[in-house]
Structures are given as C-alpha cells and as structure tokens.
Design a protein around this ligand. Structure first.
Ligand code: MN3
Length: 203
C-alpha cells in the first residue's frame, strides 16, 4: 500500500499552549511527511507488498526483503506511529480517562500512578523514541518504550497510545525539559480516540 500524509484533525495552533504551532508545523509537514515519502519510495520496487497495510508490514517485518527491511522498520514505523499520534491528541482533550480505557488504567494502579510510570518510561528512553501503553498478544496491558520509530506491532503488541519523545516533538518549546513536556502532554490527550484504539486492539 502507499502511505498517505494524513492531515491534522485540527489546526496547527490548536494544541497551544501544550504544543506550540511551529513544532506542529515542522513535526507534521516535515518530519512525518518524510517518513511517508521514504516508506513509499522503498515500496515502489516491491509491488508484492502493495496489498499490505502499515500494521501488517510491521507485524511481519521479517518477511520484508533484506534490502528494504530497515527502511520499512524506520519509515513505515514513523508513518504509522505519527498517524496515531495526531489523532490521539485533541484541543479539548485531557482530563480523567473515560470509558473502557479508564478501567484498564485503574487495573494498572490508577491514573496518577499510571501517568508517573508512563512519564518515567518516556523520560528514561535514552535518545529518541516513544513511550507506550500496549496490549500484548496475550491480552496484557503494559507500559513500554521503544527506540527510534520502532512500533509495538514489531513485537506483536497493539499500541493503544504512545507519546513521541524525539526532541523534534518538544525541543522548540521545552528545550531539554522532556519531563515537563511529558507532564503537560496529558492536557491534550484524546480519550475518545484512545477508546477507539482499545476496541481495535480487542480490549
Ligand atoms: Mn515525531
């Protein structure tokens, strides 16, 4: 399949003051768009992979030919991760979790405890990567983190939601203060979309 640059579901400045307009413009139009372009370029020479979705490509990464495997891991990963990221944020987001995700989070020790653990996973990710809540193939919910653009799909887990802790996600506004970004990010979390993803994950 060819990846599309999915438009932001809100204006570039809609997540202010949590995430500034310039960061959103660069992050969406440059960083994300480049992952999409690179993934599509790699797939051009492999028409046999044309029917696979991004999720399928990542779930079956070992079936992707050697010459493009790393490119797909990084760039299909980047395309899929960011397509999720834009949607799980919203201008009127934040607040306490609602619906089924509230039950999952309560099962993991409650929202305050959950935020602390999730932020810790993001803060301790050395270099670039993501913090995640995943549903494993055996139906367990876990807070994890991955390096680079590695997707939980690579390990057979479903990414319920994740936060991007690459410097490009926060550096213009927060500089080196990643923990402050992680803390503020909860103000723009879109629980409705996260509940949609939880359902897709089978939870
Ligand atoms: Mn990013």
């Amino acid at each position: 399949m060819a990846f599309d640059v999915e438009p932001l579901p809100y204006d570039y400045n809609a997540l202010e003051p949590t995430i500034d307009e310039q960061t959103m413009r660069l992050h969406h139009d440059k960083h994300y768009a480049t992952y999409v372009t690179n993934a599509n370029n790699a797939l051009q020479s492999h028409s046999d992979l044309a029917n696979k979705s991004g999720e399928e490509l990542l779930r079956t990464i070992n079936d992707v030919p050697d010459d493009i495997r790393t490119t797909i891991r990084n760039n299909a990963g980047g395309a899929v991760n960011h397509a999720m990221f834009w949607k799980i944020m919203a201008p009127n987001g934040g607040g306490e979790p609602t619906g089924n995700i509230a039950n999952v989070i309560n099962g993991l020790g409650g929202f305050e405890n959950f935020k602390t653990q999730f932020n810790d996973a993001g803060a301790k990710r050395f270099g670039s990567g993501w913090a995640w809540l995943v549903r494993t193939s055996s139906g367990q919910y876990q807070i994890t983190s991955t390096a680079n653009q590695d997707s939980p799909f690579l390990e057979g887990s479903y990414p319920i939601f994740g936060n991007d802790v690459w410097e490009h996600a926060y550096y213009l506004k927060y500089n080196n203060r990643r923990p402050e970004y992680l803390q503020n990010w909860w103000n723009v979390v879109n629980w409705d979309e996260i509940n949609n993803r939880l359902q897709q994950a089978g939870g």
